[in-house]
Design a protein around this ligand. Structure first.
Ligand code: CAA
Length: 283
C-alpha cells in the first residue's frame, strides 16, 4: 500500500513529535487539532527542534525548510479525505477515541489506514467503532518521539496482514525500529514500565528512601537514563495513573493497583513537568 500523505490528529507533545519525524522522512503531513493555539505551539516546537539539528550540523537549512514546508496545519477534520494514513494522538480516553475513529471512518477514503498512538487502550475496541477494522492498527511511539527508536506495532483482532506490513515499512522509513506486539492491556512497553514506576512511587510512599535516592539507585544501579520518578514527571502523572488503571481493570489483578500517592498527586494537579510540579518542581 502506497502512503504519501499522513494526517496526525492531536498536536500535543506526542502528535507534534510524530508529525515532525513523518515530515522529516518525506511525507506530506496534516497536523490536525481542534485548537489552533495547540497547532501553533506544536509547529513552533518542531521548528525549534529542527533548528537545533541544523546548529548541530545534523541537518542542513534546506532540509529543515523542506520538512517544515511539508507540514500543513489543519483544524478541519475533512482534510482526512486527502490522506492515506491517519495517526491519532489525542487524549487517552476511549469515548473520545471511538467517536473520532467513527468520524474518520466516514471521511477518509476506503484505502486509508487508521492508526492510533494509544499507550494502553485496546486496538480491537477502537477498531470496532469503524466499518474498516482490518485497516485499524496501533502505532505506539515513545516520548520524546524524535529521539526514541522504538515503535510498538499492535494488531487488533481484525488487522489485515497487508496493513501491518505497510505500517512496519513506514516505521522503518521513519528511521525507527518496529516491534510487533499483541493486543493486551499496556502492550509490552507500559505493562513492564508502569508497574516499575508505580513500585517506585510505593517506595516513596512507604518512606523506603527519598525521591532522589530512588532515582539515583535506578539511574546508577540499572543504567536507566532517568530515574523512575523523574520519568513519571516526564511522561505525566495523569498518564501514568490512567495506564495503571487500564492495567488494573484489564487484568483484574491487584498487583497493578495504582499507588495512593500517585492518585493524590494527580488530584492536586501535580502532573509533572507539564504543570511545573510533580515529584520534582520545574521552572
Ligand atoms: N524532544 C526532542 N529531542 C530531545 C528531547 C525532547 N524532549 N530531549 C532531548 N532531546 C534530544 C537532544 O536534542 C539530543 O539530541 P542530539 O543527540 O541530536 O544532540 C538527545 O535527545 C540527547 O539529549 P540530552 O543530551 O539533552 O539529554 P539526555 O542524554 O539526558 O537524553 C532523553 C534525554 C533522551 C530524554 C533521555 O533522558 C531518555 O532517554 N530518557 C528516558 C525516556 C523514556 O524512557 N521514554 C519513554 C517514556 S514511556 C513512553 O513514551 C510510552 C508511554 O506510553 C508512556
Amino acid at each position: 500500500m502506497d502512503v504519501k500523505t499522513i494526517m496526525v490528529v492531536g498536536a500535543g507533545q506526542m502528535g507534534s513529535g510524530i508529525a515532525q519525524v513523518c515530515a522529516v522522512s518525506g511525507y506530506d503531513v496534516y497536523l490536525h487539532d481542534i485548537s489552533q493555539t495547540q497547532i501553533d505551539k506544536g509547529l513552533a516546537h518542531i521548528e525549534k527542534l529542527l533548528s537545533r539539528q541544523v546548529e548541530k550540523g545534523k541537518m542542513t537549512d534546506a532540509e529543515k525548510a523542506a520538512a517544515l514546508s511539508r507540514l500543513i496545519p489543519s483544524t478541519n477534520l475533512q482534510n482526512a479525505a486527502k490522506v492515506d494514513l491517519v495517526i491519532e494522538a489525542v487524549v487517552e480516553n476511549m469515548d473520545v477515541k471511538t467517536k473520532l475513529f467513527a468520524e474518520l471512518d466516514q471521511i477518509a477514503p476506503p484505502h486509508t489506514i487508521l492508526a492510533t498512538n494509544t499507550s494502553s487502550l485496546p486496538i480491537t475496541e477502537i477498531a470496532a467503532a469503524t466499518k474498516r477494522p482490518e485497516k485499524v492498527i496501533g502505532m505506539h511511539f515513545m516520548n520524546p518521539v524524535p529521539v526514541m527508536k522504538l515503535v510498538e506495532i499492535i494488531r487488533g483482532l481484525a488487522t489485515a496482514d497487508e496493513v501491518y506490513e505497510t505500517i512496519e515499512a513506514i516505521t522503518r522509513k521513519l528511521n525507527k525500529v518496529p516491534v510487533e506486539v499483541n493486543d493486551f492491556p499496556g502492550f509490552i512497553s507500559n505493562r513492564v514500565l508502569m508497574p516499575m514506576i508505580n513500585e517506585a512511587i510505593y517506595a516513596l510512599y512507604e518512606g523506603v528512601a527519598t525521591k532522589e535516592a530512588i532515582d539515583e539507585v535506578m539511574k546508577l544501579g540499572m543504567n536507566h537514563p532517568m530515574g523512575p520518578l523523574t520519568l513519571a514527571d516526564f511522561i505525566g502523572l495523569d498518564t501514568c495513573l490512567y495506564i495503571m488503571e487500564t492495567l488494573h481493570e484489564g487484568f483484574g489483578d491487584d498487583k497493578y493497583r495504582p499507588c495512593p500517592l500517585l492518585r493524590k498527586y494527580v488530584k492536586a494537579g501535580w502532573l509533572g513537568r507539564k504543570t511545573g510540579r510533580g515529584f520534582y518542581t520545574y521552572e
